[in-house]
Ligand binder design. Structure first.
Ligand code: DGT
Ligand code: CA
Ligand code: CA
Ligand code: ZN
Length: 587
């Protein structure tokens, strides 16, 4: 059984707290705290040091008493002095102390007086109003503790938008169903800006009867916990552990409120500075004239921005970059929209790892309204994902070329593996038969940055490779991006006439927004694809479109906004001509 330094460090931290609760002498408490800190930063393993019978006392900050306790812990699994200290105190005080904002003395008080011994118990005691009644605590302290408990839970834990957005949509739909008086309802904050991950969900609304809406939220079956329950606002935690802030405001101040809570912070800071220079001040209720003190309210955001002489920037580009400069000149770009997308260039059927037959995918693509679609099953690669051998790809091409009855133009494609050395899974003669070749990295992802960069650039130099699929291979929250020199890739894309994919799969979003912004600046052709493995996945396109919008893309920056004929001309042209064609788009 391995004992980590962290474990030992926590033990001493706890001992310090327990001693503090008992009112022990300060120097002893400090000694344990110092030891805990030292140990948490120690490069070598204490367990190993004990087993090798090294002198622990040589480590600065670790004296005789502490070194004995480390020895005891590593060899027996417990420390008698610690157990004795704990036995003298009510259950759970230690747990309570792990909540930032609750110190040892407060923890002791809470545990004794309310009987709460877990974080959940504290939350309950607060909701029952029992904690607030304790001497020295009160409403404000309770609110602080709740806030800290929440941030403790969500610390570093941002939720991918792909998970958050369906929850937001469900909540709004459920509130609509339950509250006939609910008028407007919209997400704000990072959700509305389509940030790839969100810290919490903010929802703004208007209603004749705000209390009804707030109560409905609190009563939703998937609400786990209620943090704040007021007449016009509520904060709750919904399954699977995401905070939702809901505010219901008056019709006439909805615009100012939504603007304020959409952010981002930097955008709002700049906007406020800008307004100040006009002699105005901004807050969530409206715009105040600094001279007269009069406040002007706004029912919608356009009106709010308009009062400031500004065009309203779409939420996705409220980034505190140069959006306000352009807004002032009424020169904001017309960002790409889902309806601009004419085709999907990356999807799989059950020939490889997709879940549905080719026909089902083509039917879905037709229903979606695409003009063209490329089927891009996996190559045989390392035998994963049921990839297609040369022969199977040849027979698939035959089938696709004779497939009839679909309004969508069906293109033959492949998602071909870029091998570790940058070569591709299929010979050039076979790739030449395809309309669209997506080349992606699926293996040897740990390569050093020079190797990975060289590997992908080599694939770009292949005359048949149309687009590089999910260029960094990241999976949000589960796999880090490969190490690659993105700037070099983008330069090589320009040089070779290769497009770069924005993979819409919400767990990928790869390229990501900042890469897209740079690609757009350089004039690299971008493609927004879904990588669908089933027919229901095609509407994930909206996530890819959002990434493009966050990268300031207009329709002309996205290859697959081209109508069919133009697109066919583009992919039929030699790669050396494609950048020129792409740059000449006027749309
Ligand atoms: P998140 O939740 O971390 O994904 O990011 P946001 O942007 O949704 O942040 P959140 O939920 O804390 O607040 C929503 C927006 O409200 C934020 O983008 C800007 C605005 N906001 C919130 N708190 C403050 C504040 O103290 N001052 C100012 N100026 N704006 C704030
Ligand atoms: Ca938020
Ligand atoms: Ca919030
Ligand atoms: Zn794929």
């Amino acid at each position: 059984m391995a004992v980590t330094n962290e474990e030992i460090s926590e033990l001493f931290e706890d001992m310090a707290s327990l001693l503090e609760m008992k009112g022990d002498v300060i120097f002893k408490i400090r000694a344990y705290q110092r030891a805990a800190r030292t140990i948490s930063q120690l490069p070598q393993s204490l367990e190993l040091a004990v087993r090798q019978e090294q002198e622990l006392k040589k480590i600065p900050g670790i004296g005789d008493a502490i070194s004995k306790k480390i020895y005891e812990y590593v060899t027996t699994g417990h420390v008698a002095a610690y157990e004795r200290l704990k036995a003298d105190l009510p259950d759970g005080v230690l747990t309570l102390m792990n909540v930032p904002g609750i110190g040892p003395k407060t923890a002791m008080l809470i545990a004794k007086e309310t009987g709460a011994s877990t974080v959940e118990g504290v939350v309950k005691a607060i909701h029952q109003g029992r904690l607030q009644e304790l001497p020295g605590l009160g409403e404000r302290a309770a609110e602080n503790i709740l806030r800290h408990i929440h941030s403790l839970r969500t610390k570093d834990q941002r939720t991918p938008l792909g998970q958050a957005l369906p929850i937001v949509e469900r909540i709004i739909a459920d509130l609509r169903e339950r509250c006939p008086t609910l008028k407007k309802a919209t997400p704000a904050g990072s959700v509305r800006r389509w940030q790839e991950t969100v810290g919490d969900i903010d929802i703004m609304g208007t209603a004749q009867d705000p209390v009804q809406v707030i109560d409905a939220l609190v009563d939703l079956p998937y609400v786990r916990e209620v943090l704040v329950h007021g007449p016009k606002k509520a904060s709750v935690v919904v399954d699977p552990g995401l905070q939702v802030d809901l505010r219901i405001v008056e019709d006439d101040s909805f615009g100012a409120m939504v603007q304020y809570f959409t952010g981002n912070q930097q955008h709002n800071v700049r906007l406020r500075d800008y307004a100040n220079r006009m002699g105005l001040s901004l807050n969530e209720y409206g715009i105040t004239n600094l001279k007269t003190g009069q406040i002007e309210k706004f029912a919608d955001e356009e009106g709010f921005y308009d009062r400031l002489g500004l065009q309203m920037p779409p939420p996705e580009i409220r980034q505190g970059l140069w959006e306000l400069d352009l807004a002032q000149k009424h020169a904001l770009p017309r960002l790409v929209e889902q309806s601009d997308i004419r085709g999907d260039l990356h999807m799989h059927s059950d020939w490889s790892d997709g879940r549905e037959p080719i026909e089902a995918m083509m039917e879905a693509a037709s229903r979606f309204g695409h003009q063209y679609v490329a089927l891009t099953d996996h190559s045989s690669g390392r035998g994963i994902a049921n990839g297609l051998s040369d022969e199977r790809l040849q027979s698939q091409i035959k089938i696709l070329r004779t497939l009839e009855g679909f309004p969508v133009k069906i293109l033959c494609g492949s998602e071909v593996d870029i091998r570790a050395d940058g070569s591709l899974d299929y010979p050039d003669e076979l790739l030449a038969d395809l309309d669209v070749v997506v080349a992606s990295v699926h293996s040897a992802m740990g390569q050093p940055v020079e190797k990975m960069t060289e590997r992908i650039i080599k694939a770009m130099h292949n005359p048949h490779v149309t687009v590089i699929g999910h260029p960094t291979a990241r999976l949000l929250g589960s796999r880090d991006p490969v190490e690659v020199d993105m700037e070099a890739l983008l330069q090589a894309a320009l040089e070779t006439g290769t497009a770069m994919e924005i993979n819409s799969s919400p767990e990928r979003l790869d390229l990501k927004d900042t890469h897209v912004l740079r690609a757009r600046e350089l004039g690299v052709p971008l493609v927004i694809s879904t990588d669908s493995h089933s027919s229901g996945y095609m509407d994930k396109l909206r996530f890819g479109v959002a990434v493009a919008r966050r990268g300031w893309c207009e329709p002309k920056h996205i290859v697959n906004t081209m109508p069919l004929e133009e697109f066919m001309a583009f992919i039929k042209a030699p790669k050396s001509e494609r950048i020129h064609i792409f740059a000449g788009r006027v749309d």
